[in-house]
Design a protein around this ligand. Structure first.
Ligand code: SF4
Length: 445
């Protein structure tokens, strides 16, 4: 039987005492009813089921489960130009945004070599980067490499993050959907940031000729996906888009009418001062809609509150989400804080100047609640990303000798900022980005 990440992540009954320690504590305190359960994305150091030892590049690591492997897709410029796109943010230590990076000629050779190093380690696939479906031939090669690896090594979840452009394509969309179904994709996270075509286009700015821009093409793509691959719609809330409780209700009504069973509303990640001031960061600052406030507004609407049943809160070390059922759909409200994430990465960020650490930012606003480890084979030019999360556990473990969570928010911030990452092993056959190692890998005990 195939394992999934949900089989690994412990779910506990949520008590008031536990709720007060969660990232979402201020949000939970204002809810009109209690949330029954909490899912802990980050593993306890003592939870043997969540930790593996694995050798990468000749060096042994303790690795927290679940681990997500992301072959970063950037063969072409994205078919959209979302105004908030995290790939267009530029970190101060970087010369250019991730959106300008392109894979080198040895990409697939390096991908296979990186996967080889992970043989035997349970991982999940996260297909993201720019827009993977924009280049079907490139995507096919990637899927072939991933499928070969999965034939001999455990792979849990397989998820595609997409704006749908390739899947809605008149000529090759159906073939791509069939290929992804044959790949045993678990679900698609499909970005659509407004239920009206013109408003969605003002946010996503699909390039000329991209069919999925049209509402009817989007709807027919959903029909094609229906029954083949589960879909979660992703809506990034923002001023000018979905910004009020009324907008949320309209969006949910539209999604339900299209037969969608899961919707995720997500706030822009909070950014820290490691980013340059540019048009994207200014857009994010100007249009942010805080999720806690939006959720409160929704729960004050009888039309929503009477229909929304709380199910679960997720504890991520830098994000929270609240999941509930609304008229047969699974609806998630989510927010994250990259300042918190960076603090928890410790001070190793500068240790690897010149490596593409901006890739760590992929989809940070849009999709994933995880962060990344970059690896590349010796002599390779392409970096491969492994993403996961275990900072809390590192702080519980021997490497950091700190307990988690600290008792108060200020102690927590201090602890997060004072702990150094595991040093990188630059000479190993596979090299990991120091600033990212704590996300999935810890030093040998
Ligand atoms: S947010 Fe995603 S779909 Fe939008 S431009 Fe960026 S990579 Fe493309």
């Amino acid at each position: 039987m195939n394992m999934h990440d949900r089989d690994i992540i412990p779910i506990q009954r949520l008590t008031g005492e536990l709720a007060a320690q969660l990232v979402a504590a201020p949000v939970l305190a204002k809810l009109p009813a209690s949330v029954p359960t909490v899912a802990y994305r980050a593993p306890a150091a003592t939870d043997d089921k969540r930790w593996r030892t694995h050798t990468i590049g000749g060096r042994g690591y303790r690795i927290a489960q679940p681990v997500t492997f992301t072959p970063y897709a950037s063969a072409k410029p994205c078919s959209a130009r979302c105004r908030f796109c995290s790939e267009s943010l530029v970190e101060k230590a970087s010369a250019k945004p991730s959106s300008s990076l392109r894979p080198g000629g040895a990409y697939f050779e390096n991908l296979r070599a990186a996967l080889c190093e992970l043989a035997g380690l349970p991982i999940s696939y996260s297909l993201s980067g720019l827009e993977t479906t924009d280049d079907p031939a490139w995507m096919q090669q990637m899927l072939d490499a991933l499928q070969r690896h999965a034939a001999s090594s455990p792979v849990n979840d397989r998820v595609l993050y997409t704006n749908g452009s390739g899947l809605a394509h008149a000529a090759h969309g159906m073939a791509l959907i069939e290929r992804l179904a044959a790949f045993s994709l678990d679900w698609v996270e499909l970005s659509r940031h407004h239920h009206r075509e013109d408003i969605n286009q003002s946010i996503m700015r699909f390039r000329p000729g991209v069919e999925v821009r049209q509402q009817e093409r989007f709807a027919s793509m959903l029909q094609r996906l229906g029954g083949r691959i589960p879909v979660k719609l992703v809506c990034i809330v923002q001023a000018g888009g979905v910004a009020t409780a009324g907008d949320v209700l309209d969006y949910l009504g539209w999604a339900r009418g299209l037969g969608v069973e899961a919707v995720i509303f997500r706030e822009f990640s909070q950014l820290d001062d490691s980013y340059r001031d540019n048009v994207t960061s200014r857009y994010i600052a100007a249009t942010r809609i805080p999720m806690a406030g939006l959720l409160e507004q929704c729960l004050n609407q009888p039309g929503f509150a009477g229909q929304f049943g709380f199910e679960q809160v997720t504890e991520g070390y830098y994000f929270w989400n609240l999941i509930g059922r609304y008229r047969g759909m699974r609806v998630t409200f989510e927010a994250s804080d990259y300042a918190l994430m960076h603090r928890q990465h410790g001070s190793g960020n500068g240790a690897q100047a010149g490596i593409p650490r901006q890739r760590q930012s992929m989809r940070r606003l849009e999709s994933r609640a995880a962060h990344s480890v970059f690896v590349r084979p010796r002599g390779g030019t392409d970096w491969i990303t492994i993403a996961g999360c275990c900072c809390k556990s590192r702080r519980q473990g021997t490497a950091c000798r700190q307990t988690w969570p600290p008792a108060t928010p200020s102690a927590r911030a201090t602890a997060a900022g004072s702990s150094r990452c595991v040093p990188s092993s630059a000479s190993s056959a596979l090299k990991a980005d120091c600033c990212s190692i704590p996300s999935a890998v810890s030093a040998p005990p």
